[in-house]
Design a protein around this ligand. Structure first.
Ligand code: PLP
Length: 286
């Protein structure tokens, strides 16, 4: 069965799907995106993802390419046409096609692309059994990483460096030695007292949707969450470390820059959050 993509009003075979060479997403990374998990036939946390899309678009003065209800329909249609029960749906909105000029075009319509991908349901579960490794890199991104922009070159370079080091994620570290977030995930620790700690999301990191939903999961399980900065040293000495994102949920980290966390195995708090996530998160039938 051929994969199908949605591109600017049409459902087209994935291998033929294309945007114009003067799309501002292509030329300037002048666009935003969202990734939702699809699990057991449900779209996870779509409301929060579309709320964040609305915010990202607003911050960049890009208008919605279609009404929110229509976008919801398109997302479900792309999932349906690709028969994705477990995997992800990716959507991207750019400022549209215009003759190359830095200032905003006056007459461009925003572009919309939606694609869906199957992922084996046990793919992330297997990674979670072993845990992942993280490296640290100095923060070198712009000031507006709270916007989920497609401008991800520092993230690409950091994650490539992680891969070359045999790790799966790279953490950006601020000038004080505190952890900001990963190249495509938020960062958490569990202290010796069993308190969950994650950096405040008002400035300098992306407010992850999974991060927000994990606050709900933590409450349900009776864990305390503290929003504060934490250093690399504190993370290395923590009881548990994990990352969160739509595709990884809560993913145990067992090594930072080659140093093992605790006994070098995934921690029980992380695994309990991971286990409870599906029940607590919003599930909309795909
Ligand atoms: N931080 C960054 C830089 C990301 O790219 C992502 C996801 O791609 C996240 C955090 C996690 O966000 P979410 O939980 O919404 O997937």
């Amino acid at each position: 069965m051929p994969r199908i993509a949605y591109v600017n009003g049409r459902y087209v075979p994935h291998r033929e799907a294309a945007v114009h060479i003067e799309d501002r997403g292509y030329q300037f990374a002048d666009g935003v995106y969202e990734v939702c998990e699809v699990a057991r036939g449900f779209i996870i946390d779509m409301t929060r993802h579309l709320d964040r899309l609305d915010r990202s678009l607003g911050e960049l003065s890009i208008s919605w390419p279609v009404a929110r209800r229509a976008l919801t329909f398109i997302i479900r249609e792309v999932i349906r046409r690709n028969r994705v029960a477990d995997g992800l749906v990716y959507l991207q909105v750019t400022r549209g096609v215009a003759s190359r000029d830095f200032a905003f075009p006056t007459n461009a319509a925003p572009s919309l692309v939606v694609i869906a991908k199957k992922v084996a349901p046990d793919f992330q579960a297997k990674r979670a059994e072993a845990g992942i490794k993280v490296i640290t890199v100095p923060e070198n991104r712009w000031d507006r990483v709270d916007i989920k922009s497609t401008g991800l070159l520092p993230n690409v370079l950091a994650k490539q460096k992680a891969k070359e080091a045999g790790a799966q994620e790279a953490w950006f570290i601020d000038e004080e030695g505190n952890v900001k977030e990963g190249g495509s995930s938020n960062a958490w620790i569990v202290t010796r007292d069993g308190v969950l700690v994650t950096r405040p999301a008002n400035h300098g990191i992306l407010r992850g949707i999974t991060r927000t939903s994990l606050f709900d999961v933590a409450e349900k399980l009776g864990f305390t969450v503290e929003e504060r900065k934490f250093s690399v040293a504190e993370a290395k000495a923590a009881r548990e470390v994990f990352i969160s994102s739509a595709t990884t949920i809560a993913m145990p980290v067992v090594e930072i820059d080659g140093a093992a966390i605790a006994n070098g195995h995934p921690g029980s708090v992380t695994l309990s959050l991971r286990q409870a996530f599906f029940d607590v998160a919003e599930k909309i039938p795909a």
